[in-house]
Design a protein around this ligand. Structure first.
Ligand SMILES: N[C@@H](CCC(=O)N[C@@H](CS)C(=O)NCC(=O)O)C(=O)O
Length: 407
């Protein structure tokens, strides 16, 4: 039985720090994947708020009922389960110094670097001036680490401690996005130390393919839909009549016997495997709806799993106009530099295009109709919607990492 559940995401730096600490002591933690978004449905729920009052990640729920939020506290608690651990140092001064570096990483480094790469990744609004300023502060902050590691092999004492694991984990995204080749050659001490820590077996077991940015990632503005130019004002004095809002083509199909909102409600409220699955197949009417595999066409261009997940989030946001006609999940499977996007949607009607072409990037996806009279297609729908089964690509099993539900 697992020691407890860790709510978080496999590519979230704070989550990684705790998974590595647990791995170091062979402590089994069950990772429960939830959004890093305190406004998401699960995160806002009363049950989760009891574990994390702000609805953020990570959060811990022990098998014995003990709960804890805040990454540093969870990392220390998990590590201290091994009475003989060397990760917490030998003396009180060691222990205090470990907490010092963890606090530095969590309160100084991560917020500065996040403030730099999050806008570049489109996770926060981008403003060049502000981002450039945050970048300067981030680089100055990590300068303190470079200075310390120039004369010390590890952050505290002569061997690896939780301070090293925690700080390196919190820097994984920075190395993947903004601490580029040029920065690494100018900062050999942090680079040498980071490589040492991420090459430990426990770290590798959690982050199999750490990514090193060649160059600082570039901000790419989200594609804007071109607005048709306004027609020249009519010469007539008559006030322009208000034009009726154009109808969605799928409105012509009328109201289905099974409202799609009911599907969404059942999916949100019931366990997918034990309750929703049976309910769905009992109520699904293939004359009203069709089921589609919706897979990304350019998997070989995907690098970081969280960037792939970001892509899904953007696609779903752009599908807004078809919300009344679609339900589904798309997920990222695999690991950094070796991931794919796979998904299954329930679509009103028998064609995919009228629902999907509202999103300008629909052409980046392959649409393949599923046949629910076939056992294997039904299983595929269930696996993707349950988020618990790896997908097989070129003979390799790729685990589910992250994803979005469109509802
Ligand atoms: N002080 C908290 C910070 C937790 C935190 O900010 N988590 C981020 C992800 S790393 C989050 O859940 N953000 C989502 C949100 O704020 O909505 C800790 O150290 O654990």
């Amino acid at each position: 039985m697992a020691f407890g559940k860790l709510y978080g995401l496999p590519d979230n730096p704070r989550t990684i720090s705790i998974l590595v600490a647990a791995k170091h002591n062979d402590l089994d933690l069950e990772l429960v994947k939830i959004d890093a978004n305190s406004n998401a449905e699960f995160n806002s729920g009363a049950e989760y708020r009891k574990i994390h009052p702000l609805g953020k990640v990570p959060a811990f729920e022990g098998a014995n009922g003990f709960t804890l939020s805040e990454a540093m506290a969870i990392a220390i608690y998990v590590t201290s389960q091994n009475e003989k651990t060397t990760l917490l140092g030998k003396t009180k001064q060691d222990y205090a110094s470990i907490v010092r570096w963890m606090s530095f990483a969590n309160g100084e480094l991560l917020p500065r670097f996040g403030g730099w790469y999050r806008p570049l990744l489109g996770l926060e609004p981008y403003n060049k001036k502000t981002t450039d300023e945050v970048a300067k502060v981030a680089l100055k902050t990590i300068g303190a680490l470079e200075a310390h590691l120039t004369t010390n092999t590890y952050l505290v004492g002569e061997r690896i401690t939780l301070a090293d694991i925690f700080t390196a984990a919190l820097l994984t995204r920075a190395f993947a996005t903004v601490l580029d080749k040029a920065w690494r050659s100018a900062n050999p001490a942090v680079t040498r130390w980071y490589n040492t820590i991420i090459n430990q077996d426990a770290f590798k077991a959690v982050v199999a393919n750490p990514v090193f940015a060649e160059e600082i990632i570039k901000y790419t503005a989200p594609k804007k839909e071109e607005k048709p130019k306004p027609a020249p004002a009519p010469a007539a004095e008559k006030p322009a009549e208000e034009k009726p809002k154009p109808k969605h083509p799928l409105e012509a199909l009328g109201k289905p016997g099974l409202p799609i909102d009911e599907v969404k409600r059942q999916y949100s409220n019931e366990d997918t495997r034990t309750v929703f699955r049976e309910w769905f197949w009992k109520n699904y009417n293939p004359e009203e709806y069709s089921l589609w595999k919706v897979d990304y066409k350019y998997d070989n261009e995907l690098t970081l799993t969280f960037m792939a997940n970001n892509l899904i989030g953007g696609f779903h946001a752009r599908l807004e106009a078809s919300r009344k006609y679609l339900f589904g999940c798309q997920g990222v499977f695999g690991a950094n530099s070796a991931c794919v996007i796979r998904g299954v949607f329930l679509v009103r009607g028998q064609e995919a295009m009228p629902a999907f072409d509202v999103a300008p990037d629909w052409e980046s996806y392959n649409f393949e109709k599923l046949d629910p009279s076939k056992e294997e297609d039904r299983k595929y729908v269930e696996d993707i919607w349950a988020w618990d089964t790896p997908v097989t690509v070129d003979g390799k099993q790729l685990e589910s990492v992250d994803g979005h539900v469109f509802k």
